[in-house]
Design a protein around this ligand. Structure first.
Ligand code: ZN
Ligand code: ZN
Length: 335
C-alpha cells in the first residue's frame, strides 16, 4: 500500500510559501512577472510601505482648479502626518483650469513663504504644474521657473501628435534643468481615455539621464505611469515620485493608492523620492551633490555623463543668484 504524503499543517499564506521553499510573495507581485524565481532565490525586494511616505509634491488649490484653499490643503497634509507638501497649481495655458499667470504665481509664492513662518511641523514647497506646449517648450520662461522650489511638467493639450513627435516634445521639456518631475506621463484616464502615443522607454532613459523624477500619479483615475513600467525605470536609474494630484483635501489620501501601485511595480522606499529618507529627496536642484555622494548613481553609470549635469547646476545657480528668493529643494535637504 503506497504511503500517503504528509500534508504539512498550513495556517496562513506565509506558511504555505515556506512549505514550498519560497519567500513570501506579496499579493501585489502575483502577476507571473518573475516573482516566483525571485522568491526562490531570496531576491524579492522589500516593497515600499505606507508609513515610508514622507510628503508629496503635486497638489492644487483654489488658485487654479482646486476646491480647497492653500491653508486647507496644508492643514489636511498635516493631519495626514506628512512632513511636506508641494503646491503645484496649473500654469497660464491651462485656461480651462484657471491656470496662473506669472503675477498670480508670484503672489502664491509669497503667500507660501509667509505662511511657512507660522508653520512648525510641515514644510510647504512652492511649485507649479507647468504645461508642456506643443513644441516641448514650457509655459513659463526659465526666469520664472527658477524662482520656484520645484517644477512639475505636464501635457494637458494637443494629445494627437505622432509617437515620435510626442516623445520628442516630452524629452525636450524634461531636458530643461529647471523641471523637477514629469507628471502623468501618458495622460491616460482609466476607463475613459487611452494614453497618448509616446515612447515610454525613451522617456525613461531621458529622465534617468537628466535626473528628472517620473511621477506615479496616484489619482485612481490615472495611476500613471502604469505599474508595468516601473521595473524598467528602476533598472535605468529613473526615480519615481508618487503624487496625489489632489484637487481637494480628501484626495490627498489618494497617496495610498500610489503606494499600492508602486508596490505592484516592485519599488522599494529607496526608489520613491517621497518615500525615502529626507536626505534622499533630491533631484536636479542638488544633482551634483547627489552625484558626488553617490546617492543618485544609477545602476549603470556608464550611461551618464557628468558634463551636462555640471551645466545644469551652473544654470540653476545663475538663476538662484538672480532671484535670491528661490530656495529650491536644496534648503530642504539640509534641514
Ligand atoms: Zn495635470
Ligand atoms: Zn495636477
Amino acid at each position: 500500500m503506497p504511503r500517503r504524503a504528509k500534508i504539512p499543517a498550513i495556517n496562513d499564506e506565509p506558511e504555505l510559501y515556506r512549505a514550498l521553499g519560497l519567500d513570501f510573495i506579496p499579493p501585489e507581485l502575483r502577476e507571473n512577472c518573475g516573482e516566483f524565481e525571485a522568491a526562490d532565490h531570496g531576491k524579492l525586494p522589500r516593497l515600499i510601505e505606507l508609513e515610508n511616505l514622507r510628503g508629496t509634491f503635486h497638489c492644487h488649490t483654489t488658485a487654479s482648479d482646486g476646491h480647497n484653499s492653500l491653508e486647507e490643503m496644508v492643514a489636511a497634509a498635516q493631519e495626514l502626518g506628512l512632513e511636506y507638501i508641494g503646491i503645484a497649481d496649473h500654469s497660464r495655458s491651462s485656461v480651462q483650469a484657471h491656470g496662473l499667470d506669472a503675477a498670480r504665481l508670484k503672489v502664491q509664492r509669497t503667500q507660501i513663504r509667509q505662511m511657512q513662518r507660522t508653520l512648525k511641523n510641515i514644510r510647504v514647497f512652492s511649485g507649479v504644474e507647468c504645461d508642456i506646449l506643443r513644441d516641448g517648450s514650457l509655459d513659463f520662461d526659465d526666469e520664472i521657473l527658477a524662482q520656484l522650489d520645484f517644477v512639475v511638467a505636464s501635457i494637458h493639450s494637443t494629445f494627437n501628435l505622432s509617437e515620435a513627435e510626442m516623445t520628442k516634445r516630452v524629452i525636450r521639456a524634461i531636458s530643461n534643468p529647471l523641471v523637477t518631475m514629469l507628471a502623468h506621463p501618458t495622460g491616460r484616464l482609466l476607463l475613459k481615455r487611452e494614453g497618448y502615443a509616446i515612447d515610454i522607454p525613451a522617456v525613461i532613459e531621458a529622465a534617468a539621464e537628466t535626473g528628472t523624477w517620473i511621477e506615479l500619479n496616484a489619482a485612481p483615475k490615472r495611476l500613471d505611469l502604469d505599474w508595468r513600467w516601473w521595473p524598467l525605470a528602476k533598472e535605468k536609474g529613473a526615480r519615481c515620485v508618487s503624487n496625489p494630484d489632489a484637487h481637494r483635501t480628501a484626495r490627498l489620501q489618494d497617496l495610498w493608492f500610489g503606494i499600492g501601485a508602486a508596490r505592484k511595480g516592485w519599488l522599494t522606499k529607496q526608489d520613491v523620492v517621497n518615500g525615502a529618507d529626507r536626505s534622499r529627496t533630491k533631484g536636479k536642484a542638488g544633482v551634483m551633490e547627489c552625484w558626488s555622494s553617490g546617492v543618485m548613481t544609477p545602476s549603470n553609470p556608464t550611461q551618464h555623463s557628468t558634463t551636462p549635469l555640471l551645466h545644469r547646476l551652473s544654470l540653476r545657480q545663475k538663476h538662484r543668484q538672480t532671484f535670491a528668493g528661490a530656495t529650491g529643494l536644496d534648503e530642504f535637504r539640509h534641514r
